[in-house]
Design a protein around this ligand. Sequence first.
Ligand code: ADP
Length: 237
Amino acid sequence: MIDFEHVTKVYETKNDENVALEDINLHIEDGEFVFVLGHSGAGKSTFLKLMLLEEKCTEGTVTINGQDITHLKRRKVPYMRRQMGMVFQDFRLIPTMTAYENVAFAMRVTNIPTKQIQKRVPYVLGLVGLGDKMDRVPEELSGGEQQRVALARALAHSPKLIIADEPTGNIDPEMSFEMMELLSAINSVGVTVVVVTHAHELVHRFNKRVVTIDHGRIVSDTAEPYRETGYATAGAE
Ligand code: ADP
């Protein structure tokens, strides 16, 4: 469960103040699949950074899985992050490591026993369809396959929540579609999925909830046909 309550984020720069998000109210239930759609500069990265505890909001409260992360103690941050699986736009794979090692490494750094790693890594790589390419390093894999390694790594800790940042950014449209189908399959086994993107066309090929951000505000939410702000354009279809 993700809750944004009256969340505002203002970046203070030397000469000016940048309002990146303004009075965001958003509730995402466990098991939902939500696209957060917006143009460049709309506030998508800021939204992600707040969830990943990379930034703190200026006003309001962000709650994830019942935990108010706005007031989270520093030492609890790594624990909180481990409950989320993150897929970055640029994959962030280690180039010298095979697909297997990339996933295993992410598990090793959190002190998961070797036996468990040896069992889990082939399983998650199999889930994303890379069971036969585990021994390849990233440069021996296509963009879409590298992204699937990144997804396998995000799944390694059995997170309840997967957050994907612009998963279509570095792959071709066909692969993007496959990636979305894969995320959909993961969602269908109960994992909450939040996909942040500017790819309007792709979003509308899937019948999912779409929250649109513009200039730091939610301007439409297909799950909420009417919003108090009056900005709503019910059902973006
Ligand atoms: P998006 O990811 O949708 O492109 P961002 O969240 O990166 O949008 O940015 C939203 C707004 O906040 C933009 O106007 C951007 O210039 C501003 N912004 C983002 N990060 C910073 C920062 N660290 N300092 C100042 N302004 C920032």
